[in-house]
Design a protein around this ligand. Structure first.
Ligand SMILES: Nc1ncnc2c1ncn2[C@@H]1O[C@H](COP(=O)(O)O)[C@@H](O)[C@H]1OP(=O)(O)O
Ligand SMILES: [Mg+2]
Ligand SMILES: [Mg+2]
Ligand SMILES: [Mg+2]
Length: 384
């Protein structure tokens, strides 16, 4: 990493640790390298990922400003998808392929199937214009993409991932419902190396730069870029590229003083179950409900101490919904686990194979949180 001195979100000043020369133990108990490994630098990949996610964030901001109902489609599972989801995936895919032409594999959420259907031509042209405008504004590549180039770039995200080699993992807009509501959303990009998350970038265009729920700050300025490389800590900078700060999860040890995040959408997470867990823990503050992996970003800088994601029965979690958030929180000193207390395993393809839900907090609170989750799940099961 090229940054030397950084301002920390909590007021002290720290110097970045030097790049580790030979080997280290990851602080992670989560998805990242968990045993002693030969140190590997992913600086070049991180720089490219930050560039790709920032460009995509700008594209999404432009679309969110002028969102037209006709720009919204529905996929087979009836989840919404917009010109910005497609444009973001095309742009990130194109930038990464330019930067790493020799070795490129991308597991992306979207594909071009619906865009190749009759009647979608106008939509494809709008997406292509958005992507080309973004590339012109950046000026790095000096190319104009055709509609077919854009469709191909979207479809480059068809990799299945897995435990071999390197794979980029992309959610071009995480929290499409938040995006449509004018709320929180994130562009989430991570890199897997042999099944482990080794870097992650979360662009959160609508997230305030100052802590959410901070009564003293006006929360006027928005747009955060969180990024982390395995063993290197987590950082945040404004999306406009100015000063970088090192972030750290909340150090709260008393659950009564903790506040917790959960999905805005009740369809995405069982709010009744998280309330029961919070009650058991003695949490006093009401839940903070926001969309997308912006929750991981906010937690990584200590805005809240707990994130509970407890989907309804039958929902299968996708790797692109957690890979970037997981490393950002883990490198900030947090812990990400499933409801059974296992670390998330990103090496099994597109889906996470996990027990019940995902819980995130600091190292001190995890044991009590896990206990409350287990008890609440048992109570819920026995009441059915
Ligand atoms: N029924 C569902 N249950 C849980 N998560 C869902 C469901 N449908 C979509 N999602 C995904 O949940 C994530 C947002 O969750 P939340 O904002 O609640 O944290 C998104 O990745 C969203 O997909 P998408 O990326 O298409 O928006
Ligand atoms: Mg989606
Ligand atoms: Mg998502
Ligand atoms: Mg998405």
């Amino acid at each position: 990493m090229s940054i030397n001195w950084l301002r920390v979100v909590s007021p002290s000043i720290v110097k970045l640790p030097p790049l580790l020369p030979f080997s280290y133990s990851s602080p992670s108990s989560c998805s990242c390298f968990s045993s002693v490994v030969v140190a590997m630098s992913y600086d070049k990949e991180l720089t490219a990922a930050k560039k790709a996610a920032s460009l995509a964030a700008r594209l999404c901001q432009k679309v969110q400003k002028s969102l037209l109902q006709s720009d919204v489609q529905s996929k087979n599972d009836r989840s919404p998808v917009t010109v910005a989801d497609y444009g973001s995936q095309a742009l990130v895919s194109f930038v990464l392929q330019q930067e790493f032409p020799a070795e490129f594999s991308l597991v992306g959420e979207e594909d071009s199937k619906d865009l190749r259907k009759d009647g979608a031509q106008e939509l494809v042209e709008r997406i292509t214009k958005l992507v080309n405008d973004s590339l012109v504004s950046d000026g790095s590549y000096g190319v104009t993409l055709s509609t077919e180039d854009v469709l191909k770039a979207i479809d480059s995200g068809k990799s299945e991932g897995g435990s071999q080699g390197r794979h980029w993992v992309l959610d071009p807009i995480d929290g499409t419902k938040g995006f449509l509501r004018g709320g929180q959303y994130a562009i989430a990009l991570a890199l897997l190396d042999r099944g482990k998350v080794v870097l992650g970038v979360l662009a959160c265009p609508n997230l305030p730069l100052t802590p959410i729920n901070d009564q003293r700050s006006p929360n006027n300025e928005v747009g955060c870029l969180f990024f982390a490389e395995v063993g290197g800590g987590s950082y945040m900078q404004p999306l406009d590229g100015s000063s970088t700060v090192k972030v750290q999860v909340s150090g709260v040890e008393n659950p009564e003083e903790a506040s917790f995040f959960e999905s805005y959408e009740a369809a995405h997470s069982m709010h009744d179950l998280s309330s029961l867990i919070a009650q058991k823990l003695g949490v006093k503050a009401p839940p903070v409900r926001i969309d997308s992996q912006a929750k991981y970003g906010a937690l990584s800088r200590g805005d809240g101490a707990i994130y509970m994601r407890l989907p309804h029965k039958g929902y299968r979690e996708k790797i692109w919904d957690h890979a970037a958030g997981c490393i950002v929180v883990t490198e900030a000193g947090g812990v990400v686990m499933d409801a059974a207390g296992n670390p998330l395993d990103f090496s099994k393809g597109k889906l996470l194979d996990l027990d019940t839900g995902i819980i995130v907090t600091n190292q001190k609170l995890m044991p009590v949180l896990l206990k409350a989750v287990r008890e609440s799940l048992e109570e819920k099961a026995s009441s059915l």
